[in-house]
Design a protein around this ligand. Structure first.
Ligand SMILES: C[S@@+](CC[C@H](N)C(=O)[O-])C[C@H]1O[C@@H](n2cnc3c(N)ncnc32)[C@H](O)[C@@H]1O
Length: 332
């Protein structure tokens, strides 16, 4: 059987978000605490920087989750074999470079079809083409789009299983995370499952190091959002006039990432001028961390039941299987 890479029917992302990108940036910069959505980090260069972040010593989430996934896959294989699943359609939200799906493809025999959703279009299509070379009998469907928007899956007899690794769920605030999980449940349909990578609360030094690497890759990733706004929306940000800043906010249980103005300055976008005081920041990303029981509660509010947890050594990272039935199992 030959591989089938079905091209996305969605509009190219540049066309579909242009107006929205502009509106979002203007409205974010008008806030008292200026802010930008982290989804706008991911143009082609942003996706490339994210891949570099994943290779950093300090950035434990990537390798910890990747190391956990073969065990997850082995358990999922048994889980679905016990239930006589005929086939699985895995739908990955925010699929990136598709590194995390490989352990599942290697270990879960029931996977027949793979749908990869990402906002970073060119990066997604390249990653899907590479995956197709390695998994020639897998049906692969790239969908270039925003996973927070309603989505319709192609009809398939296989059981849908969402896949949301990388602790990307942590980039949504808890209310938006519940909203996303409820909408994913609707998209995936009755009898579906979802596997999520959820970063845990831990030693603050480990967290602060992970988002402040010595090589400055995370800083480049953060500032790239300003370069992108200049290029695509015609603003006149001077990215080097902003400092990357990231820290764990214990009260809110999240790492916050900001860009702090190095001077008093004014930035033009369209007809508007935005003033910055020295030290004033643009809040660019949150990365919420959850104890398993906190996340279980959040998923339950979206109608999902946690069926199985996998915890990495020292509880550094967790993976959870959500579904509609079953008992919670904690696997150390
Ligand atoms: C933290 S990275 C995780 C990548 C990959 N899943 C992993 O675990 O290594 C987040 C990914 O989600 C994508 N993304 C972020 N916001 C998105 C959105 N609203 N809709 C679709 N994709 C999004 C980014 O382009 C990026 O590939």
């Amino acid at each position: 059987m030959s591989s089938t890479v079905i091209r996305a029917q969605a509009k190219p992302v540049a066309e579909s978000i242009d107006g929205e990108f502009y509106r979002d940036v203007i409205s974010g910069l008008r806030q008292r605490q200026k802010q930008l959505s982290p989804k706008y980090f991911y143009d082609a260069l942003g996706s490339h920087y994210f891949d570099q972040i994943c290779q950093l010593d300090e950035y434990y989430p990537y390798r910890t989750e990747l190391n956990l996934l073969p065990d997850v896959a082995a358990d999922l294989n048994d889980y679905f074999a016990d239930r006589g699943a005929e086939g699985l359609n895995v739908v990955e939200f925010g699929a990136g470079s598709l590194h995390k799906i490989k352990p599942l493809l290697d270990g879960v025999a029931a996977i027949r079809r793979f749908t990869a959703i990402d906002i970073s279009g060119a990066h997604l299509h390249n990653a899907c083409a590479l995956l197709a070379e390695h998994y020639p009998s897998l049906e692969i469907q790239p969908i270039e789009g925003d996973f927070t928007k309603p989505l319709e899956l192609a009809p398939s007899a296989a059981t849908p299983m969402g896949f949301f690794p990388g602790s990307t769920i942590g980039n949504l605030n808890p209310t938006s995370a519940i909203h996303f999980l409820a909408s994913a449940r609707k998209t995936l349909g009755d009898g579906s499952y979802m596997v999520l990578g959820v970063d845990t609360k831990k030693d603050e030094q480990v967290l602060n190091r992970a988002y402040n690497d010595r090589e400055g890759v995370t800083a480049r990733f953060n500032k790239n959002i300003l370069t992108r706004i200049n290029r695509e929306l015609g603003a006149d940000f001077e990215p080097d006039n902003f400092d990357h800043s990231a820290w764990y906010n214990r009260e809110r249980g999240r790492v916050e990432m900001h860009l702090c103005s190095r001077s008093e300055q004014s930035v033009r976008l369209g007809k508007e001028n935005f003033q910055f005081r020295i030290g004033e920041s643009i809040h660019t990303e949150n990365s919420y961390k959850y104890h398993p029981e906190e996340f279980q509660q959040l998923a339950a509010e979206a109608g999902w039941q946690a069926e199985k947890w996998w915890l990495a050594e020292d509880n550094l990272f967790s993976v959870v299987l959500l579904g509609n039935q079953g008992q919670v199992e904690l696997t150390p």
